[in-house]
Design a protein around this ligand. Sequence first.
Ligand SMILES: NC(=O)c1ccc[n+]([C@@H]2O[C@H](COP(=O)([O-])OP(=O)(O)OC[C@H]3O[C@@H](n4cnc5c(N)ncnc54)[C@H](OP(=O)(O)O)[C@@H]3O)[C@@H](O)[C@H]2O)c1
Length: 254
Amino acid sequence: MNEMRRFESKVALVTGGNAGIGKATALAFAREGAKVVITARREPEGVAAVKEIEAAGGVASFVRADVAVEADVVRAIEHTISKYGRLDVVFNNAGIEGKNGPIDTLTSADFDETFAVNVRGAWLVMKYALPHLAKTKGSIVNNSSVAADMGLAGTTIYAPSKGAISTLTRTAAIEFIKSGVRVNQVSPGPIETDMGARFFGSVENMRGFAKSAVPSGVPGSSADIAAAVLYLASPEAGFVVGQSLSVDGGLIAQ
Ligand SMILES: NC(=O)c1ccc[n+]([C@@H]2O[C@H](COP(=O)([O-])OP(=O)(O)OC[C@H]3O[C@@H](n4cnc5c(N)ncnc54)[C@H](OP(=O)(O)O)[C@@H]3O)[C@@H](O)[C@H]2O)c1
């Protein structure tokens, strides 16, 4: 089989790249030739992800950065430019499920925590990446969720945070395309990751949900999302601007 190398000589930044969907996507970018900068808070997992990429013949580095901390976001982008000299792709993936449940069990601190990471964090990454992406005519792929498109009880903080990402994708897409930078998003359905298991209580519960509510009958994998992210970031998607690609086994199509 012909190996695709769509990101040869490109540089990709993956936030939340030390686990789950972000890690799978970082590995996929590296396999296709990109130098990858992984950011997240947990250093050992970050270093392990870099080692995995290097063992597969790729190039990567890890920067410990909390997207809720503006100075960390600035440092991660500065690291990328000083180490690799350019930035072509951002996968704005870092996110938390935060606290979920009936609204009377949730606090304003719970609300602020989730929005600081999922919304303000993604916004900060876009803000500081834009000048560098404008130079390379690069692209941003945000990570929303089907939670933004369905009324799922118990998600009055998480779902609106992902709804904000969907709106941010569209507004930034129109603003940034003037600089030649494309912005799109993936919108995953239930995906088997640590977060997926936490969100549903266990992997078994997630599979049970998928069996009853998802037309495909099964949850997706991180690799399913990585493939969609690489497409949106690739030259093949050069005329795709401000779009959301649901990768959800048919959940939202119903
Ligand atoms: N799994 C699903 O079913 C699903 C469905 C729809 C959308 N999504 C979205 O997909 C994205 C990734 O989720 P996942 O399932 O891969 O979850 P995961 O396995 O829990 O991974 C989350 C990643 O985000 C990082 N992260 C969390 N808070 C951060 C912060 N403040 N600053 C920097 N990095 C941070 C984590 O690393 P550290 O903890 O080390 O910081 C980790 O790398 C999220 O945005 C999530 O909302 C997931």
